[in-house]
Design a protein around this ligand. Structure first.
Ligand code: ATP
Ligand code: MG
Length: 563
């Protein structure tokens, strides 16, 4: 993918053409989710595209729930979808629409098709319909019920509606062409009998339209001009066109684009639902999930998701985007807006032997070097501090410039310190360091000009707040979890170490008022976001993304090794 050029958007080219030729004099798009799960980043791409186009052309974008399948749909999903779209920054205004609102109109149109001799009631069972359908290489066979009279069809269809026949016993089918090279045109089913309650229409119907029968007509009813969908619907377009032409109603133009695929990610609601139901993750909004609610909880900003959608653009050819591009885009955004704070993930206690026991100093720290207007803050410093365990090495290897026995380093915004003694417990575990500080180095530089190579972050032990930090890694171990051998399941490729919980972290006291959703850069570590699981006693943070892309580096080095 080309990252430097702004993406050539073939969809906008088509719209421009249609406006110029006068095919349409306005732009009206829609985002049509089926409320059978939470939205994911692929949906976010489609939302940005549809709402973005409407906005840029001064048009409208509808939110339409494609709720034709009563058995899989729930209000919970409707609510989450609305919340996610709003959070992404888009507004459907008064146009919260439902395909189920069109059930009456669809039923009337079905009658119209029957009257035109273009639809018939079929008594074949679902298995028989499949068997009669043929294959890509073999023409289908006409159903023995295909040539029923119009009046018989009308009679049977109205009785189907009034609940006279058992589930699965009859269907209504469009009468098109059982020999068509396009399987979608081999007399597709328009209605099936289903004694199920619908989340909006209740028990009014025991007859439900198929997606293919409902979708195009819903677009038409709403006056959609450009019906943008993913590539798998390309072969359905001739069918949608057939229905629209047969009914002689408003004809939206369907445009297909390639769906978003991301490395190390699965993106279908069905599979994401499996991860939730089988407990591989802690819900749809688990911060490891590629759902919009998961990304939000993880600390993604709507701006970064919109920027990502813009950056990847739209294409006609299937491809997979490297998930590190998403993370890179996020980092760019967070770098500008996140206050810097000190957070110690794996604390190691240090005692400054020559610092008075009862003294507390307040040192000035910069809030965000990328945004000088945010100014500075005062952070407490005292005799007992915590530093990161990884920032000390008892026997430092060559390029380790941080703290080691006898070595001097800088504590950021504070003083130079030197490690004079390492305290171990009976198991030879390092439990504490004794250090001295140089009072002349306040603020972080020595008057005699001597240099240190390492600068560490720290918190004052007496002042720091307890925190839990949840570190996340990729949910899957392999770039394409769906590239499987016979007998393998995508869940076999789950990363068993995708979540690591650190329970005894320490963060600077200024975070006491942090609220769920607040975002910070923990200096030298990464971006973190306050999780709703936080309590007044203990803050809980999610690792949003590390500062540097260690993953890409590891991959690059692995590639080197293997080549
Ligand atoms: P899934 O397989 O994840 O359930 P879906 O296409 O069945 O996806 P819908 O609720 O029917 O989900 O989709 C709503 C809209 O979002 C559709 O217009 C669909 O084309 C679009 N969409 C779904 N997945 C992606 C994706 N990965 N990239 C871009 N658009 C997508
Ligand atoms: Mg679907």
């Amino acid at each position: 993918m080309n990252q430097t050029e702004s993406p050539t958007n073939f969809i906008r080219d088509i719209i421009d053409e249609d406006l110029q030729s006068g095919k349409y004099n306005r732009v009206h798009t829609r985002f049509p989710p089926e409320p059978n799960g939470y939205l994911h980043i692929g949906h976010a791409k489609s939302i940005c595209l549809n709402f973005g186009i409407a906005k840029d052309y001064g048009g409208k974008c509808n939110l339409r729930f494609d709720d034709t399948n009563p058995t899989k749909e729930e209000i919970e999903y409707v609510e989450s979808i609305k919340e996610d779209i709003r959070w992404l920054g888009f507004d459907w205004k008064e146009r919260e629409l439902y395909a189920s609102d069109y059930f009456d109109q669809l039923y009337e149109w079905a009658i119209e098709l029957i009257e035109k001799g273009l639809a018939y009631v079929d008594d074949l069972s679902p298995e028989e319909i499949r068997a009669y359908r043929g294959s890509l290489t073999e023409a289908g066979k006409n159903s023995p019920y295909r040539d029923r009279s119009i009046s018989e069809n009308l009679d049977l269809f109205t009785r189907m509606r009034s609940g006279e026949f058992p589930e699965g016993s009859r269907t209504l089918r469009a009468k098109i062409d059982m020999a068509s090279g396009n399987l979608n045109l081999r007399d597709p089913v328009m209605y099936r009998i289903l004694f199920a309650s619908h989340h909006r229409t209740g028990d009014k119907w025991c007859l439900y339209p198929t997606y293919d029968w409902a979708h195009g007509q819903s677009d038409s009813i709403e006056g959609i001009t450009h019906s943008i969908c993913t590539l798998e619907f390309e072969d359905h377009r001739p069918l949608y066109d057939w229905y629209i032409r047969s009914l002689e109603i408003h004809h939206p133009r369907q445009i297909e684009f390639a769906r978003l695929n991301l490395t190390y990610t699965v993106m279908s609601k069905r599979r994401l639902n499996q991860l939730v139901q089988e407990g591989h993750v802690n819900g749809w909004d688990d911060p490891r999930m590629p759902t919009v609610s998961g990304l939000r909880r993880r600390g993604y900003t709507p701006e970064s998701i919109r920027a990502f959608a813009e950056r990847i653009g739209v294409a006609r050819r299937e491809s997979t985007v490297d998930v590190s591009l998403l993370e890179y885009t996020l980092r760019e955004d967070l770098n500008l807006r996140s206050p810097r704070v000190s957070g110690v993930l794996r604390p190691l206690k240090i005692v400054l032997l020559n610092y008075p026991e009862d003294r507390v100093e307040y040192l000035e720290a910069i809030n965000n070097p990328k945004d000088p207007q945010t100014g500075t803050r005062q952070v407490p410093f005292s005799r007992v501090l915590y530093i990161e365990r990884d920032d000390f090495h008892p026997d430092p290897p060559k390029k380790f410039f941080r703290l080691a026995p006898g070595r001097e380093v800088r504590l950021r915004y504070a003083y130079f310190i030197t490690c004079v003694e390492v305290i171990e417990d009976e198991n030879d575990e390092i439990i504490e360091l004794h250090c001295t500080y140089d009072p002349e180095t306040r603020g972080g530089s020595a008057p005699d000009g001597r240099k240190v190579r390492g600068t560490l972050h720290w918190v004052s032990a007496a002042h720091a707040l307890d925190a839990e930090v949840r570190l996340y890694d990729r949910l899957f171990l392999v770039p394409n979890p769906l590239d499987l051998n016979e007998g393998e399941d995508f869940k076999d490729t789950l990363n068993p170490h995708s979540l690591e919980v650190l329970e005894s972290c320490k963060v600077e006291p200024g975070l006491a008022d942090a609220k769920p959703g607040d975002k910070f850069q923990f200096e030298r570590q990464g971006y973190f976001c306050v999780d709703p699981d936080s309590t007044p006693e203990k803050l809980v943070f999610n690792l949003t993304v590390p500062l540097k892309d260690t993953w890409a580096k590891i991959e690059a080095s692995q590639k080197k090794i293997s080549s």
